[in-house]
Design a protein around this ligand. Structure first.
Ligand code: ADP
Ligand code: MG
Ligand code: MG
Length: 192
């Protein structure tokens, strides 16, 4: 179950991982993108932390909305609106449902609808589409996350900037999948 308190801890843990891996994420985005994914996400997560600490939203829906708006306005690129949509969909559902599996399911549907990517397209959807059902079954582990992240390496990108490279996108991890991996590793950490 997601509470405001857990969300605060989750976002703090995610922000920490993003900051620690900022250069790595941008390096991953260099051969198959424009080398900014780490910087984009770090800028966004600083904004998320600032907003949560300044406004201290009392209810889960406002808190999720604040996360979404911070990401949409600060991350930019392709990933900003997609992460933003994910949290906005969670915010919408959170008025009547606080189960994490249900919330992340809504988030994944939002990401797919917004970006048009399906599993196998070498995008963050490849991580979300594995993690969400695992979470629902109570089977989410660090290993499941890492396997999903690694699965993007042999894929040829069909969506996003990396798709412009065609076959040359093969053999590299998808940066948005790696950052999504951090999001769910952070969740495992704080769920305890
Ligand atoms: P940009 O490519 O605009 O510079 P980022 O570098 O911040 O944006 O983010 C790139 C990541 O966004 C990719 O690694 C991929 O995971 C994700 N992405 C790009 N396009 C899509 C899409 N259509 N659907 C889902 N995820 C996408
Ligand atoms: Mg980029
Ligand atoms: Mg960019």
């Amino acid at each position: 179950e997601l509470t405001t308190e857990l969300l605060n801890k989750w976002m703090a843990a995610f922000a920490k991982k993003i900051e620690a891996n900022k250069a790595y994420l941008s390096d991953l985005d260099t051969p198959i993108g424009d080398g900014d994914h780490g910087n984009n996400m770090a800028r966004g997560m600083v904004a998320v932390e600032d907003a949560l600490n300044a406004k201290k939203p009392a209810d889960l829906t406002s808190a999720l909305k604040l996360v979404a708006m911070s990401l949409i306005s600060k991350v930019g690129g392709a990933s900003g609106p997609l992460y933003g949509t994910a949290f906005l969909e969670m915010a919408k559902l959170s008025a009547k449902e606080t189960d994490l599996a249900k919330l992340t399911e809504a988030a994944l549907l939002g990401i797919k609808k917004r970006g048009g990517a399906e599993p196998g397209d070498k995008t963050m959807v490849d991580v979300w589409s594995v993690v969400v059902p695992a979470l629902a079954k109570g089977e989410l582990t660090e290993e499941v996350i890492q396997k999903a992240v690694e699965s993007t390496k042999p894929m040829q990108a069909k969506k996003g900037r990396a798709s412009y490279l065609g076959e040359r996108s093969i053999g590299h991890l998808d940066p948005g999948s790696v950052s999504s991996g951090y999001l769910f590793s952070a969740l495992l950490e704080v769920e305890g």
